[in-house]
Design a protein around this ligand. Sequence first.
Ligand code: F6R
Length: 612
Amino acid sequence: MCGIIGYIGTRPATPILIGGLKRLEYRGYDSAGLALLEPKSILTYRSVGKVAHLVEKVRLNLTPERQNELTVGIAHTRWATHGAPTEANAHPHYDKSRRICVVHNGIIENYRTIREKLQAKGHKFDSDTDTEALSRLIGECYRGDLRKAVINALRQIEGAYGIAVLCADEPDKMVVARKGSPLVIGIGEGECLVASDPSALVAHTQRVIYLDDGDVAVITPDLVDIRNLDDEPIERNVSELGLDVGAVEKGGYEHFMLKEIFEQPETVRNALRGRIDLKEGTAILSGMNATPAELAEIARIIVVGCGTSLHAGMVGEFAFEDVAGISTEVQQAAEFRYRNPIVDRNDMVIAISQSGETADTLAAIRKAKEKGTKVFGLVNVVGSAIAREAGRGVFIHAGPEISVASTKAFTGQVAVLLLMALKLGRTRRLSNEDSLKLAQEINRLPELVEYVLKQNDAIAKVAERMAQSDHAFFLGRGPMHPVALEGALKLKEISYVHAEGYHAAEMKHGPIALLTPGVPVVVLANHSPVLDKVWSNAEECKARGARIIAVVTEGEPKTDLADDTIVLPPCSPLVATIPAAVALQLLAYHVARLRGCSIDQPRNLAKSVTVE
Ligand code: F6R
C-alpha cells in the first residue's frame, strides 16, 4: 500500500517521478505528491485523488525549463491509514525546519507518543499522519549528517516503514530505509532510483538491489552505501530484474485486469514450465528444497494467506486431502499469527501471497518458524519479503499483477498447489495410473483456460443482465466452494455489487432468506460426484425466483434450470477450478465495466496490504 519512487542523477527528475507514480498508482490512489531538490530548498507539490491531478498541478506550477534543472526528487502515491485523503495528509512531509522531506509507506505504530513529545517541544503538526511524526523526528535528530539522523530516528520508531528522505543541506544524496515495507534500489549509469516495487524501475534499469528489513542506504548518482541500524556497512547483491516494460503496460487492453485475465494461458504455462514429469506422473519443485524424508514425514498441512490467496489455499486443501491424503487446514494469516496455533515439526505451513508483502502473511510465517515448523512460500514477486522470509517454496511466475483485483495470481497459485499435491500424492497414496492422469490434466491447463477465454463475448452478454442487479450469489461444493467465494470477491471488489459466496448446501440454512425474484445466483455445476446435489440446491433458489447462471461442463446433460450458461471444458473437479475461476473473473469484469466502475483501481482498495 502506498508507492514510493525516488530519483537522483542528471536527468530531469519530474517526468521520471511522475512516470514511476503512474506505475505505482495501483498501490494506493487517494492522493499523491512529490518533492524536488532545489539548490537551497525543497519544493513540494501535493494533490488529492489520482496521480493525474498531481500531473496537472505540476504542469501549472513548474515550467519545463525549471523541471529540466531539478534532477533529484522523491514522490509518493498514498493509501490512507492515518488521516483522511486530503492534501494536508498527502506525502511528502517536512520536518520543522522544512529542510528535510520524507515519503513513507507503512505505519508508525508509536507515532502518538512521538507526536506528543514533539508537540511538547513546540512542534505544530500540519497533518494527521504518522509520517509527519517521523519527518519531524528526523529533523530533531539532524546534526549535519542525514544518514545518522535517519538512523537515530528509526531507532525510536515502532512499526513498518519504507522511506525516502531528502535534505536541502545535503543535495548530493538521498537516504532510504526499510522495515516491513518493500523498497528496491535501481542502479543506472550515473543515476540511481528507488521504488516500492520494480515496476517503477523497468523503464530505467534492470540492475537492482532489494533492501532488507533494517537496511538504511545512502544513495548518490554513483554510489549505494548500505548500513544497518547500528550504522555498520552491509553488503547486498545486485540482481537482474529480467522484466521488460511490456510486462507493466496494458498492451492494447482497456484495463490491466482484462489483460491479466487474458494472459492466463501463458501465466499458467509459466507456473507449470519444467515442473511436470509426464513420464513419472509427478512434479519437480526444486524450490521446495525438501528431502524425500522430510516430505514423507509431513503429517498435516496448514495453508495461510489472505483474500484471493486464501481462496487458492482452500482449493489446495481439497487437492492435498484428495490427491495426497494429507490432512489440511486453511487459516486466515491474521488469525494464525495471533491465535497461538498448534503446529509442530511434522506439519508443513504453506504461505501463499501474490505480492509477497502482505503483513499478516509475513507475520504468520514468522510465527510458524518460531514454532519450529517447516515453512514454504508460494509467491509471485521474486525478492519479496515473504519469499525471503520463507526461504524455500515455489514461485508462480505470473509476472507483475497490476490490477488491484487479483486474477492471474490465483490461477498460478492453484496450478502450483495442484503440482505440490501431485508430488506429495505420488510418494504416498496415488497409483501410477492416477498420477499420470492427473499430471496430464494439469499439463493441459493452458488450453483449458483458452477454452473459457473464447467465451468472452458470451460471458459479456450474461453480464448485461447481471449488471442490473445490486446483489448476487455464488454457490459451489467441494473445490468449487472456494471458487464461489473467489467469484463473489471479484464481483464485489470491482463492481461494488453486494455478492455472497456460499457452499451450495448452506443456502437453505439462512442466506436463502435474502433471495428475491430476479437475483442472479451463479451455480458452479461442473461435472463432479456431487453434481446432482448442486442442481438440487440450484432448484431451491430457482423456486424462489432467482436467475440461475450455471457454470457447467461441456457434454453434461442439458437442464432447463439455467437462465444463462457458461461452459467449462471436460476435466476433473480439482482441475476445473482454474477454468471456472477464469469464467467468474470475466463475469465480474464485464459487470464492473457495464456499471462504469474503476476496474483497475477500485475504491478503498490498494495492492499489497502491508498493514495489519
Ligand atoms: C483480491 C485481492 C486481495 C489479495 C490479498 C492478499 O483481488 O487481490 O484479496 O489477494 O490482499 O494479497 P497477497 O496475495 O499479495 O498476499
